[in-house]
Design a protein around this ligand. Structure first.
Ligand code: SF4
Ligand code: SF4
Length: 190
């Protein structure tokens, strides 16, 4: 049915459906009751409500899903997961959408995914974030000097208040590195 709908619309391909499969498996018994939307503290700012998002996942509307900011606004509070009458892992499903956006390199999310990635890389290296190093790698990854210029006044303020250190951090591995490696191994096995 979904494949037929896509052929009729002529907008999405069957291969587009594949990466959504794990998310669809998580929410395929959704009864569209709307409890998740009613529970979500961030739904007022989302362009599609969580209930609507699950409907689009079931229908394979990948273009609409990944042009939306709904899943990027999920703050993993778990209210929807706790209250869903079908006991669906909705927070995990939102997180899975974030991961797909990161993995498939959607330009729309480049800034937020790079921010997250460089933040976690810095935590992995030092056991806590090193702001100066993290922002330097983040701006370098975006390859857009205009963005770094926009943040320059804020950076200056932080430096004057000694909230950011200019010291070059140690570039080895922190004790958190083993945990990160273990998680990567577990993800590869899934
Ligand atoms: S609360 Fe659960 S069953 Fe109800 S719409 Fe949301 S995901 Fe579907
Ligand atoms: S986990 Fe995300 S989607 Fe669910 S209620 Fe919280 S913010 Fe909303």
């Amino acid at each position: 049915m979904e494949q037929l709908e896509q052929k009729v619309n002529g907008q999405e391909t069957a291969s587009n459906l594949d990466s959504l499969d794990p998310v669809r498996d998580m929410i395929n018994s959704c009864i569209q009751c709307g409890t998740c939307t009613g529970s979500c503290p961030n739904s007022f700012a989302m362009d599609y409500t969580p209930r609507h998002m699950w409907r689009m996942v079931l229908m394979g509307k990948k273009d609409k899903i990944f042009n939306s900011k709904t899943f990027t606004l999920c703050s993993s509070c778990y209210y929807c997961t706790l209250r869903c009458p079908r006991g669906l892992p909705l927070t995990e499903a939102m997180s899975a959408l974030k991961q797909i956006a990161l993995r498939e390199g959607y330009t729309k999310y480049k800034q937020s995914t790079q921010f997250y990635k460089q933040f976690m890389n810095s935590v992995r290296r030092h056991g806590k974030v090193n702001e100066m190093e993290f922002m330097s790698f983040y701006f370098a990854a975006l390859m857009n000097p205009l963005i770094s210029l926009r943040f320059a006044p804020l950076g200056m303020k932080f430096m004057m208040k000694r909230k950011i250190s200019l010291a070059v951090p140690f570039m080895g591995h922190s004790s958190l590195d083993a945990i990160f490696r273990k998680v990567e191994e577990m993800e590869e096995q899934q």
